[in-house]
Design a protein around this ligand. Structure first.
Ligand code: SF4
Length: 194
C-alpha cells in the first residue's frame, strides 16, 4: 500500500474532534479539487503488517483514521480486519466517489461534486457528512438528499482573517436556521497542532 505518512495527533474536525487518533494518510487521489492543499503524492510502500506495527506504536489509542488523498483507492478489508483484530476503531475520510471496502466503523464523507466533474457519490452509507461552507451564496440544496448520522458544516479557511470571520458568522447563521447541521471547526489549526 502506498503510504504518504502515519502520525499521531488529535482529530481536529467533525464528530471525533479532540479525540486522540493515529492518522494513516494513503497516497493518491482520483480528483483534482481546485482548493486541494493536501500533500499526499509522495509515498513509501508498506505492507498491511507494517502499517499495523506503526499504528501499534501509539497503543492504547484505538481510533485509526484512514485518510488521503482518496483512501478508497487502496484500502482493503484485509487491513481493516487486521486493525480490528488489534482492537482498533477504523474511521475513513473519503470524497465518496468510490465504493468502500467492508468493515469500516465510521465513514466521514466530504463530497466534492460542487467543485469537480465526475465527483458523484457512490456510497451506500455515510456516518458523518462534512461540507465546507463558503458563505450564504453556497447552494446547500445539493446535500438535501444525502442521508447521514451527523451533518457537520465547516467554515472554509480562505487564508484571510476578515473573510474567515464573515464565513464563520454566516456558517453559524446557517446552522441556527438549519439545526440538523452542527459546527465543525478545524481545531488543529486553531491550537497549532497537526
Ligand atoms: S478529494 Fe481531497 S485530496 Fe482529493 S483532490 Fe479533492 S481535496 Fe484533494
Amino acid at each position: 500500500m502506498r503510504v504518504n505518512e502515519i502520525f499521531y495527533s488529535l482529530q481536529g474536525e467533525g464528530s471525533y474532534s479532540g479525540t486522540p487518533a493515529v492518522f494513516v494518510r494513503l497516497s493518491g487521489c482520483n480528483l483534482k479539487c481546485p482548493f486541494c492543499d493536501t500533500r499526499h503524492e509522495t509515498y513509501k510502500e508498506y505492507t498491511d503488517w507494517e502499517i499495523l506495527q506503526e499504528v501499534m506504536k501509539y497503543s492504547p489509542c484505538r481510533l485509526v483514521v484512514i485518510t488521503g488523498g482518496e483512501p478508497c483507492l487502496q484500502l482493503t478489508e484485509e487491513l481493516v480486519n487486521l486493525l480490528h483484530m488489534h482492537n482498533c476503531f477504523v474511521a475513513i475520510e473519503t470524497n465518496g466517489t468510490m465504493p468502500l471496502c467492508d468493515g469500516i466503523d465510521w465513514v466521514v464523507c466530504s463530497p466534492k461534486f460542487g467543485f469537480c466533474p465526475n465527483a458523484g457519490l457512490k456510497l451506500q452509507h455515510i456516518d458523518e457528512l462534512k461540507v465546507v461552507y463558503n458563505g450564504k451564496g453556497q447552494d446547500m440544496s445539493l446535500y438535501d438528499d444525502i442521508r447521514a448520522e451527523e451533518y457537520c458544516l465547516q467554515p472554509c479557511d480562505v487564508g484571510d482573517a476578515d473573510e474567515n470571520r464573515r464565513i464563520l458568522a454566516e456558517t453559524i447563521d446557517y446552522i441556527k436556521a438549519h439545526p440538523k447541521w452542527r459546527l465543525s471547526l478545524q481545531t488543529h489549526k486553531l491550537i497549532g497542532i497537526r
